[in-house]
Design a protein around this ligand. Sequence first.
Ligand code: SAH
Ligand code: SF4
Length: 397
Amino acid sequence: MIEEILKKAEESHELTKEEIVSLLEGAKSKKQRKRRQGDKKTRCVEEQSENYASTLLCIYASDNLSAFQPFTLSPSSHLSLLTAHCSLFISADKIRQKHVGDEVHLRGLIEFSNYCKQNCLYCGLRRDNKQLKRYRLSENEIIALAKNASELNYKTVVLQSGEDPYYTADKMKYIISEIKKFDLAVTLSIGEKTFEEYQAYRKAGADRYLIRIETTDKNLYKKLDPGMDWENRLKCLEDLRKLDYEVGTGCLVGLPGQTLESLADDILFFKKINADMIGVGPFIPHKNTPLKDTQGGTFEMALKVMAITRLLLPDINIPATTAMETLNPNGRLIALQSGANVVMPNVTQGDARKLYEIYPGKICVNDTPDKCRGCIEAKIKSINRTISKDYGFKADL
Ligand code: SAH
Ligand code: SF4
């Protein structure tokens, strides 16, 4: 059944919500699912087999790497589950290669302020987290980081921050127009703004904008994003589209109360708004937030949501997100072999790298931009992929 769904997706890039839920669930038959709800012993075995599946997945994805975890062979009764897991990722990898090729696009990430006026329950930068030491970089510091990124051969920088009113439209216009002088594409990820502000940034030269919808479950959004309005987030995406930005959105996977049906809705939403870029990340609980005791998302589920997104939106940019690497030491490489074609290495310097703590366990906090560049280049080469020398606009993929 999984094979049939994948065949349909590969041919038509269309799936129903039920079909997406089946892919997210894996190879379990209806009977198995029913048993799982009732029988503790079965549940335990199935959970174990999912661990086997993820181990196998690591090996499948890292067979070009010198170091990978030793593993135990799975019992043959679990093979169908393993195959189903892998066939989704293999299918997404095939579609990625066919539609956007083997090039990996690098975007240098500049995390320029960890001040935020919002209070999202899941995020370490939320305004009520009084434990966090706050920082903001000056306009010239941000411009210097972008210059350094261009010297390291990046063709795009992503300017990201909490929602920090210190950076007025005039300040952002100055920063963007100065950075454009380095022949860089500029992506912004600075949250909800007015149409006029988005317009001003665009006129100053901003090319792309990332704003995740986080979840399409409006009730869940209301609970997790107090003081914010889901409809306004949608309006932001529509405004950005009107202003001819390349529009990126995405979701968090593993939020408390989130269902597989709601994740399927997220994927169908990405398709409906015809997004140019989709970032999918596991939710990782942060100790200084109200969600500190929740379970968070798994690497496997985030990977599945990402892979299905590739099947339905074959020609878009999909990053192998940093949060995936936090949960799995080869997370970004596995993602690159399961549908992703973009990586966003950090080009911020000094203490800011540590202090931009949206979630715990962030990778490479003590590294430098040039070390990160060298490291990711070597990793990408190890899986026989090439690094793009281009801006990586969707239309040119
Ligand atoms: N303030 C801007 C950009 C910075 S936040 C905005 O909210 O759009 C960037 C992304 O970090 C968010 O969209 C969210 O999906 C992600 N994020 C927040 N908290 C997280 C957590 N605990 N685990 C993983 N990702 C998280
Ligand atoms: Fe602020 Fe973005 Fe974190 Fe929400 S997700 S608290 S808007 S930085």
